[in-house]
Ligand binder design. Structure first.
Ligand SMILES: Cc1cc2nc3c(=O)[nH]c(=O)nc-3n(C[C@H](O)[C@H](O)[C@H](O)COP(=O)(O)OP(=O)(O)OC[C@H]3O[C@@H](n4cnc5c(N)ncnc54)[C@H](O)[C@@H]3O)c2cc1C
Length: 461
């Protein structure tokens, strides 16, 4: 229980408008994009690093639990106040502090929305590639702490590949910097990378430094429709074998196609087992050649229809389908869980077929989108949480998908993180020694265990 005198101290630092305790406010912050629900006792909105440091000094002196949060778009319940306490929300720390064109880096506060940052960079012909499907709402801080990926991962990698450094506030309230603005820097342990993906359990990010790329000169989008999912899988393998690295390589299965048709009437044939969406970007000549080659691969592997965009506008039209996939599917049942098991790319088709088999056998509706180029499946599991019997079948199906992914050398999560949602599976992938090391790291940063308590390490089965 957060004592009233502590809340008074927070109010004296932030003012009454930035300390919320009303029941309806707390309810809004009691869930993210997963299905768990835990209400914090207060939600506070700092605007500066000294404010964050002051808050953490008070929290640590009084052993108050603190859960950091960006926009709450996470899919693994990593930003929930499982043990109560205070939620520290970074959405008001949202300034782009520097865009350095000479050295190609930028410094941002954690509450900056990813797509707004990307739009600003566009003005300088610069490019920050990580693009989670949630980029229009997710914050840079949340993305760093989840090491978010996205559709461009196949060519450009994930958040970690662009993170150069951070200013952080430790649970004790001490402020420190990690990394810096240099492209190369091997001074000491790489704490920046350790913190990236730490799910708000080690420290609070108050400034973020990322490296930037020049904006690709041109982009072409292809859409290929398949009667057989194996043919789509073989096309993916063929593209990768040929040494082409597309900017995006996404797959949607028949369930998604049907949901999209019902929702948006885009003209997909209802019997299509798979649709591939592919972007190539870079120098115009290379892009032209690659687009022609990929179109040939699609046809030779059995695609029944291949469309190659001819303009920026057409690129966008093709991508509307993929961007609407979650929305289209979420209409079908009261609840939708987005799974994130990831397998080696060569196992992609087998993995999708396994998910379809698990879905049928357990009588659980599962639609699949995949960042196919990097083996990252997103089975969208549809159900009604109020139906206990159905919930048991859902648990069993997810359990089987997790076990299958691990059995072929895959991982529990490619990009959505562990949070509360997947902590029960952690010991299936990590050895006791690995878990012990992680717990030791946590203890070093947060000896009192006040930051994001009850999250993935503590909840591990
Ligand atoms: C429709 C949809 C599509 C998505 N697509 C993708 C995708 O393609 N790829 C992908 O990787 N993810 C995706 N996600 C998941 C999610 O959007 C990302 O993980 C995103 O980076 C979370 O950002 P956020 O600001 O919402 O963070 P939150 O969910 O608020 O927080 C995420 C974690 O970061 C911690 N945190 C937040 N800010 C700070 C801070 N300043 N300091 C310390 N810790 C902090 C929180 O405690 C929590 O552990 C998707 C989600 C949705 C709903």
């Amino acid at each position: 229980m957060v004592k009233p005198e502590i809340l008074k101290k927070f109010t004296s630092i932030l003012g009454p408008d930035r300390v919320k305790t009303a029941k309806e406010d707390l309810l809004t912050y009691s869930y993210d994009a997963f299905i768990a629900e835990y209400a914090p006792e207060a939600v506070i909105f700092p605007k500066t690093t000294p404010e964050v440091a002051e808050i953490m000094k008070i929290a640590s002196a009084n052993r108050v639990f603190v859960t950091p949060r960006g926009s709450g778009s996470g899919l693994s319940a990593a930003a929930l106040a499982k043990e109560g306490g205070v939620m520290i929300c970074f959405t008001m720390m949202n300034r782009i502090l520097e865009i350095n064109t000479a050295n190609r880096y930028a410094v941002v506060e954690p509450g900056v929305i990813i797509s707004e940052f990307q739009k600003e960079l566009d003005k300088f012909n610069l490019f920050y590639p990580p693009d989670p499907g949630s980029a229009t709402v997710a914050t840079m801080g949340g993305a760093v702490m989840m090491n978010a990926g996205g559709m461009r991962g196949v060519k450009y990698g994930v958040t970690r590949d662009y993170l150069l450094g951070m200013e952080i506030v430790l649970p004790s309230g001490a402020v420190m910097n990690t990394g810096g603005v240099n492209a190369k820097d091997v001074t000491g342990y790489d704490l920046t990378r350790l913190l990236c993906g730490s799910e708000g359990t080690l420290a609070l990010a108050t400034k973020i430094i990322v490296r930037l790329l020049p904006k690709p000169k041109t982009k072409r989008t292809l859409q290929a429709i398949y009667s057989r999912i194996d043919d789509a899988g073989n096309t993916v393998a063929k593209i990768i074998e040929a040494g082409i690295i597309p900017a995006t390589l996404e797959l949607m299965d028949n369930q998604i196609v049907k949901a999209l048709e019902d929702f948006m009437h885009l003209g997909f044939p209802l019997d299509a087992e798979a649709v591939l969406l592919i972007d190539v970007d870079g120098e115009p000549e290379t892009v032209e050649k690659q687009a022609v080659l990929i179109a040939e691969f699609c046809k030779s592997q059995g695609a029944r229809d291949v469309r190659v965009s001819q303009s920026e506008k057409e690129n966008e039209q093709i991508w509307v389908a993929r961007r609407s996939a979650f929305g289209a599917v979420a209409r079908l049942r009261p609840n939708c869980l987005v799974e994130d098991a990831t397998v080696p790319v060569s196992k992609l088709t087998e993995a999708i077929k396994k998910v379809i088999e698990v879905s049928k056998r357990n009588r659980v509706q599962i639609a699949v989108v995949a960042h196919a180029g990097d083996g990252n499946l997103h089975p969208l599991v549809l159900f009604d949480q109020r139906d206990k019997e159905e919930l048991e079948r859902v648990d069993k199906a997810i359990d089987e998908i997790v076990d299958y992914a691990l059995s072929v050398g895959g991982t529990l999560s490619g990009e959505h993180g562990i949070g509360i949602a997947k902590s029960k599976y952690l010991t299936r992938q990590l050895s006791p020694t690995a878990l012990e090391m992680m717990r030791a790291v946590k203890k070093t940063f947060d000896p009192q265990g006040i930051l994001n308590p009850g999250s993935f390490l503590e909840s591990a089965a």
